[in-house]
Write a protein that binds this ligand. Sequence first.
Ligand SMILES: C[S@@+](CC[C@H](N)C(=O)[O-])C[C@H]1O[C@@H](n2cnc3c(N)ncnc32)[C@H](O)[C@@H]1O
Length: 225
Amino acid sequence: MSSDTRAVPSGSQRGLDLEVVPFGQLQIAFDRHVLRPRDWTTAQASWAAELLDGLPPGRVLELCAGAGHIGLLAVADNERSLVSVDIDPIATAFAAGNSLAAGLASRVQVREGSLDAVLGDDERFALIIADPPWVRRSHVAHFPEDPLLAIDGGADGLQVARRCVTVAEKHLCPGGTTLLQLGSLAQAAQISDFISRHDRLRISEIRNFPHQGVLVRLDPTEAVR
Ligand SMILES: C[S@@+](CC[C@H](N)C(=O)[O-])C[C@H]1O[C@@H](n2cnc3c(N)ncnc32)[C@H](O)[C@@H]1O
């Protein structure tokens, strides 16, 4: 795969820091402009893949996709189509290249732009995967190797996460579900407070990966079922 130049976004061909790492059964290309794929996040992809077996027909939406690996791994072994979104043009170039390298390009649409600006009002998804930046702005200096755009979650770390949840409230199809990545159980509690104000989503399960992150499943409430 590393010798397959179709998988390498043109902007990166200038750089010397291109890397290709395994992510599940996929090979994922990235460089220092995007977040390095973290091994533990295969858990978000495999949980998503498990859920897809029982969800209604429909596409998967991945918000804050970076190099695209979590969403790609989620749909690699099924027939679902994936819409992969990131605001960073380098990230979207990697996501497109990685989908091509994985042989999934015909089922993957990559959209570049802010997560709440690239979806049509009437678009609905069976599963939404979201991996927003979740580091508090006051702490981002502790992660000098990571691109600021990938980690800066604003004052409380949840600025982009709340926008992801708002997208999920609007764009889930009936019977659909959302898997949101956060930094801690405390952040999950804050998100729980936030969604309870709208009564459209509720947290149905939390999986904690100590010192790494937290995965939160959000299902529609009775009010919208
Ligand atoms: C924590 S990184 C996750 C990337 C990837 N999922 C991973 O595991 O490496 C967050 C991503 O969100 C993107 N991002 C930040 N703000 C965004 C926004 N408003 N709309 C869409 N993407 C955004 C960043 O460019 C970055 O790629």
